[in-house]
Write a protein that binds this ligand. Sequence first.
Ligand SMILES: Cc1cc2nc3c(=O)[nH]c(=O)nc-3n(C[C@H](O)[C@H](O)[C@H](O)COP(=O)(O)O)c2cc1C
Length: 422
Amino acid sequence: MKCVDDFRLRLGRHELVPIVIGGMGVDISTAELALEAARLGGIGHISDAMVPTVSDRRFKTRYVKDKLQQYKYNVANSDKRLVQFNLHQLAEATRMHVGRTMEAKRGPGLVFINCMEKLTMNAARETLRVRLRSALDAGIDGITLSAGLHLNSFALMADHPRFRDAKLGIIVSSVRALQLFLRKNARLGRLPDYVIVEGPLAGGHLGFGLDDWMKYDLAGIVDEVLAYLRQEQLAIPVIPAGGIFTGTDAVGFLERGAAAVQVATRFTVTHECGLPDHVKQHYFKAREEDIEVNGLSPTGYPMRMLKGSPGIGAGTRPNCEAYGYLLDNDGRCAYIDAYNREVARHPDARKISVKDKTCLCTHMRNFDIWTCGAYAYRLKDTSRQLPDGRWQLLSAKHVFRDYQFSKDNQIALPPPEPAAAN
Ligand SMILES: Cc1cc2nc3c(=O)[nH]c(=O)nc-3n(C[C@H](O)[C@H](O)[C@H](O)COP(=O)(O)O)c2cc1C
């Protein structure tokens, strides 16, 4: 019986352990987590979601305060068109986040950044251009394009000196999305270096409809993508993601023709993951019935999360002057509309609740939307419960190595924590 370590992912001159830790915004897949994957010979992702905010936390900068100060006069105004990001600061924050991470990289693996097109930031094209190019400037090994079709993203980088040397890939949830991407970019003479195929059991946003995601299965989509690439004689590595919970699940995909696997949920309960420790305990405790796919994200994509997420139903006033990452090119966000509707319905209420949408910037920033993969309820099978009822956090190395070496659907438990001294 094989294990993941019997396979290798070839990306150009790199030969890697075929395990990719997926991007988890906002700073849930921290630099520490990504660096550990790289140290162990695989690929880790940082995320470019809300980088100025992340930079404030990581490097004590003041981007959020300064932006809020600048646009304070607009807080009560539901028209957010004027609330623009300073592109110079956005570039600076991205270069710092990426640059410091890359300086700390050790070992044979790679660190990529996950870049979501849906973060339209009130100027979709200009802000995406700055984010992509600044990440390349700062030496990122690769960029994974996610949450969108990214039909123009390659073109935004095409004249960058690193356009052909950095590894560039895209996440798709259908063969059709991949075909569109390849067709649109044919004239640039540069294929993606890898394609991540994300199925309906993944965490974060899903590339399926709210009512039909359960009709799809990852293996079926992966087979279609592999068949299409074979037919077109395109040798692009295919990397499935979503619900790959054990090394044996991973081997199943590698034997089917996948080049690597992308995983995330199992790393949410590691020390290196950016979620606060008390939130990690909620992930451990989750039962199957505690997880739902809903339409709360203002992006319009369905999202999977724990039903107990504090951000669900909160009536937070939109924080676009400080954040504003989901504002479209007209300064609009579906949450602002939902919030204004509730305020109009309850003009005298001191506190309102918005049930159909959530202020995703605020709640992801504060770790109050607990997004997870469909198998988060199995996390309790991956660790030990301590005498006080809490679950023992894992090291990223432990989880990575478990994916790499386990066989026969086994999940290795961590060595018991030494008892606390009296
Ligand atoms: C907490 C969490 C946050 C995530 N955030 C993002 C994100 O910001 N961008 C993205 O493309 N995918 C995101 N994902 C999806 C993962 O990168 C990954 O593809 C997927 O969750 C893999 O499935 P698994 O969690 O079942 O292993 C997130 C997943 C989780 C669990």
